[in-house]
Ligand binder design. Structure first.
Ligand SMILES: *[C@@H]1O[C@H](CO)[C@@H](O)[C@H](O)[C@H]1NC(C)=O
Length: 113
């Protein structure tokens, strides 16, 4: 009996010492879908995370010069880093690939010939 009480007190002490994590909530959210496949969405969270993105359909040409539709994506996301500062990343994604840009992303040196 004594052991059970000691164990229960220890458990309560451990639970009290744990930091209380506030559940993250979505504080705003929009989504618009266009008939052609384009779209726009954005959301914000109570922990400071934000994201927005638009997709626009455009015609591109493959290696055989055949036309096809691609969705060109442009957006950004931001979050609060462990130092309490906001990190913002802008990005685009198109037929050439994914291109992120932000102060926390290292820039590759320019190749010299
Ligand atoms: C991201 O885009 C915004 C708006 O276009 C611009 O003001 C900002 O300087 C850009 N930031 C980075 C890190 O590319």
């Amino acid at each position: 009996m004594k052991f059970i009480i000691v164990a229960a007190v220890a458990l309560v002490a451990v639970a009290a010492a744990l930091p209380v994590e506030e559940p993250v909530e979505i504080v705003n959210s929009v989504f618009e879908q266009q008939a052609d496949g384009g779209y726009k969405y954005a959301f914000g969270q109570s922990d400071g995370v934000k994201r927005e993105e638009t997709g626009v359909v455009k015609e591109a040409f493959d290696e055989d010069n055949k036309p096809h539709n691609v969705v060109v994506v442009r957006g950004s996301y931001s979050y609060i880093n462990p130092n309490g500062q906001e990190e913002l990343i802008n990005y685009t994604a198109d037929e050439e690939g994914f291109h992120p840009e932000g102060s926390s992303i290292p820039v590759a040196p320019v190749a010299r010939r």
